[in-house]
Ligand binder design. Structure first.
Ligand code: G6P
Length: 365
């Protein structure tokens, strides 16, 4: 149905463009007086205080949202968080009890791997919360608690707005858990939520400059392999960026925690290998810059995405990301990378919305 794509050539571009609005919609109804509030979702606050550990279970892009969630929750709330690929979960003898909060993340709410893992966790007594986009879906119905992302229908196989709204929910869960557990006081919680509220504007800023990303994407059109390097929160953001590029452009891409690259895989960096470097974490800047030097000295062509304010004489950014607190950079960074993947795929003449061999919803284990 072409008409609902509006003027966009592909659903993916339309869905990328909707992100400021749908992130806003996802957070707006869950902020009361500047504080996170899930009462309209019927979520029982005790699930955040009574757990001793949290396990996030999901597949694909949704699992990558969980990896961001892990960083946020562990940093703010000092609760251990494990992230499992749903297809591996119940075969790993996971540590799960009534002191475990299991958070399932799923756009469709129908991914069978995630659904089966959820049922398994419930059978072991875990408290369950799901972050789901499709109302009334199986995962939503099976879970004790549900927080819906308000992303609206996502048609393109490669997930974009579902991911960013899932991550937005993780910020709210982090704020709520930190407040309830006494890790944040009310003022700290309000300032965390206030930073979250700046994300839609930051995403919009990137969308306004999408031509710059289109221009940068041209250097990837003929690439066979690419690497993405980042540290801290930038690493899980790049796992998602790399998946986007692989899914729709068919370029082999691997995301690396920059410091790990030297432990072997740097052998794959040769003259003109494109390396995408993400730099949004101030405390990791000097380390990340030295990792960039390592790949450059092997001949890599580095394309850098740098948070505004972190550019120095040592790093000349190819794209400047808007300036938010470092913990909130994952969403803007991934949106920039979604656009990069999109333009590579579209300019290669590929079917952006329906990449080969992939399905939007996978109902086989
Ligand atoms: C499929 C899709 C992925 C998606 C994954 C999880 O493999 O191709 O894009 O991330 O399923 O889907 P879900 O609906 O559970 O988020």
């Amino acid at each position: 149905n072409n008409s609902s794509k509006k003027h966009y050539p592909f659903y993916m571009e339309k869905e990328i463009s909707e992100q400021p609005e749908v992130i806003e919609k996802t957070i707006r109804s869950r902020i009361k007086d500047g504080l996170p509030d899930f009462s309209a979702d019927g979520v029982d606050d005790s699930i955040f205080t009574e757990c001793e550990n949290i396990t996030v279970i999901a597949c694909g892009t949704a699992m990558h949202a969980g990896l961001i969630g892990k960083h946020l929750i562990e940093k703010a709330c000092a609760v251990p968080v494990n992230v499992y690929m749903a297809s591996e979960y119940m075969y790993c003898d996971p540590i799960v009890s009534d002191k475990t909060l299991v958070i399932c993340v799923s756009q469709s709410g129908e991914t069978i791997d995630t659904l089966e893992a959820l049922k398994y966790a419930k059978s072991k007594g875990a408290k369950t919360l799901s972050i789901v986009n499709v109302k009334g879906s199986s995962i939503a119905m099976t879970s004790d608690n549900v927080i819906y992302t308000n992303a609206g229908p996502e048609i393109a196989v490669a997930s974009t707005k579902a991911y960013t709204t899932q991550v937005a929910v993780f910020y709210l869960i982090t704020a709520k858990t930190a407040l309830l557990r006494g890790c944040f006081n009310e003022d700290e919680t309000k300032s965390f939520v206030n930073e979250l509220e700046k994300i839609p504007q930051a995403v919009d800023d990137i969308l306004q400059r999408k031509d710059e990303i289109h221009h940068l994407s041209q250097s990837l059109l003929t690439a066979e392999h690419t690497f993405m390097i980042g540290r801290g929160l930038d690493y899980p953001a790049l796992l998602e960026a790399s998946l986007k590029l692989k899914e729709i452009s068919y370029i082999h891409s691997e995301a690396f925690a920059s410091g790990e690259l030297k432990h072997g895989t740097i052998a794959l960096i040769i003259k003109k290998t494109p390396v995408i470097a993400l730099l949004t974490q101030e405390k990791l800047m000097s380390k990340q810059i030295s990792n960039i030097r390592e790949v450059e000295s092997r001949g890599a062509t580095v394309i850098s995405f740098v948070k505004d304010g972190l550019q120095t004489k040592d790093i000349n950014p190819d794209f400047i990301l808007p300036n938010l607190n470092d913990d909130f950079m994952a969403i803007p960074a991934v949106v920039a990378m979604q656009l990069l993947a999109y333009y590579v795929s579209a300019d290669k003449g590929l079917d952006v919305d329906k990449p080969r061999n992939l399905a939007k919803v996978v109902t086989v284990e």
